[in-house]
Design a protein around this ligand. Structure first.
Ligand code: NZQ
Ligand code: ZN
Length: 388
């Protein structure tokens, strides 16, 4: 097992009916001036917005609304102005990954005098400056942003969607599964696929052959997602389904599953190109790419890991080759059962014109030709996209 460091300070408040009694203290420990950030209005429709304002009574609350899926740098710029002009003490992000991601970069941008896109282009700059504390109320189980330092921000002008890391995870995350009862089938499926993809990205690593603690953790979370995603689609207000997906979201990307890993991710950088060019839903794009990536990555050399995946996640039996191949098929079937498109034409991507540029960018950003679990050249990525 490789040496690793693990450090995570997010204060998790999991469960129902905690906001009224705990939110104000969680926020006001950092000061009285609060920037409340949210998306396109789902929190108003659900009544959460009113509940939050009531809980924050007595604090000075400013607002930034309209943070879009695949959050755009313009929202970060607007947030930067608000936190600087009003000398904000703490950001309360209420929403899915997009709202929380944008809020993390706004939290850094308070301490930066220039265009915050530069902070996205070069994360090192964020480590040289301070970052406001974030309290969040998660409303969609998917990204894991509620317990990690990452954000993904899009710049439509330059057709870039880039990951950026900051010095801090959210200070406090409220994870109330009942808040996800209202998530649409589309977003429930996309979120579940995103969680599953975070797990496969970390499972399929050169160090995965020897790290049984990490493997068992990942396999257990995978089994939970496979089991509960279809239940949440059928019964949106099934508490156990929503609770399992929410905790899986957090656990899948809080640093624990990648302990000891050495390789970079593959499906994500390719999907980020699809989102950058076509603004598609992140999880749906991952679901399209993943089975093709698995077929590409499967070989005699990687067969043992695919076989473990088949035995421990899909309960398959037989020799390594049979189990490994059947596991890829099972994954494809499960993704296909989630009622979202499984091909690029299914998400209205009907031209191959941009594939070369997208592939070159994905390879460059994540060094896929040097550091991926199974190395990919630009031509390999183009072929994958054509097959999708
Ligand atoms: O904007 P509102 O009105 O709130 O509606 C949202 C949005 O339209 C809606 N929604 C959220 N909670 C809801 C709800 N609708 C009804 N009821 C609720 N309770 O869902 C839509 C999608 O929201 P979004 O925040 O975009 O989804 P998600 O949480 O999947 O976040 C996706 C973004 O996170 C990035 C993705 O690339 C994408 O930009 N990622 C962030 C990561 C990280 N920070 O670690 C890692 C991931 O791999 C991912 O790349
Ligand atoms: Zn993801």
């Amino acid at each position: 097992m490789e040496n690793f460091a693990f450090h995570n300070t997010t204060d998790i408040r999991f469960g129902k009916e905690r906001i009224a009694s705990e939110l104000k203290d969680a926020v006001s420990q950092f000061g009285n001036k609060v920037l409340l950030t949210y998306g396109g209005g789902s929190i108003k429709k659900s009544g959460l917005y009113d509940q939050v304002l009531k809980a924050l009574d007595g604090l000075e609350v400013f607002e930034l609304s309209g943070i879009a899926p695949n959050p755009k740098i313009d929202s970060v710029r607007a947030g930067q102005k608000l936190v600087q002009d009003n000398d904000i003490d703490v950001i309360l992000a209420v929403g899915g990954g997009s709202v929380i991601d944008a809020s993390k970069v706004i939290a850094s941008a308070k301490f930066y005098d220039q265009d915050p896109w530069e902070l996205v282009l070069d994360s090192k700059k964020r480590f040289a400056i301070d970052q406001l504390p974030i309290v969040d109320i998660l409303t969609l189980a998917a990204t894991g942003t509620e317990m990690n330092t990452g954000s993904v921000i899009s710049n439509p002008e330059t057709k870039q969607k880039l990951g950026t890391g900051g010095p801090h995870t959210p200070a406090v995350s409220f994870l109330d599964p009942t808040l996800t009862f209202s998530v649409s089938k589309w977003q429930t499926a996309a979120g579940s696929i995103d969680i599953f993809s975070h797990l496969t990205e970390q499972y399929f690593d050169q160090k995965g052959y020897e790290n049984d603690v990490r493997n068992g953790l990942i396999e257990g979370i995978m089994r939970a997602v496979i089991k509960w995603a279809p239940v949440a689609l059928r019964e949106p207000d099934n508490y156990d389904a929503r609770a399992n997906l929410m905790w899986a979201s957090t656990m899948a990307l809080n640093g624990l599953p990648r302990t000891g890993n050495v390789n970079t991710w593959t499906a994500h950088p390719i999907e980020h190109e699809l989102s950058a060019y076509y603004d598609i839903t992140h999880g749906v794009g991952l679901g399209i790419i993943t089975p093709h990536w698995m077929e590409f990555a499967y070989s005699n050399e990687t067969q043992p890991l695919f076989a473990s995946f088949g035995r421990n996640v899909w309960n398959l039996t037989g020799d390594d080759k049979t189990v490994a191949k059947a596991a890829i098929e099972k994954t494809r079937e499960w993704l296909g059962s989630l009622e979202v498109p499984t091909t690029l034409p299914g998400v209205d991507i009907n031209t191959e014109d941009d594939f070369e540029a997208m592939a070159a960018s994905a390879v460059k950003i994540n060094s896929l030709d040097q550091k991926a679990f199974v190395k990919m050249t630009t031509a390999d990525v183009v072929n994958l996209l054509k097959a999708a």
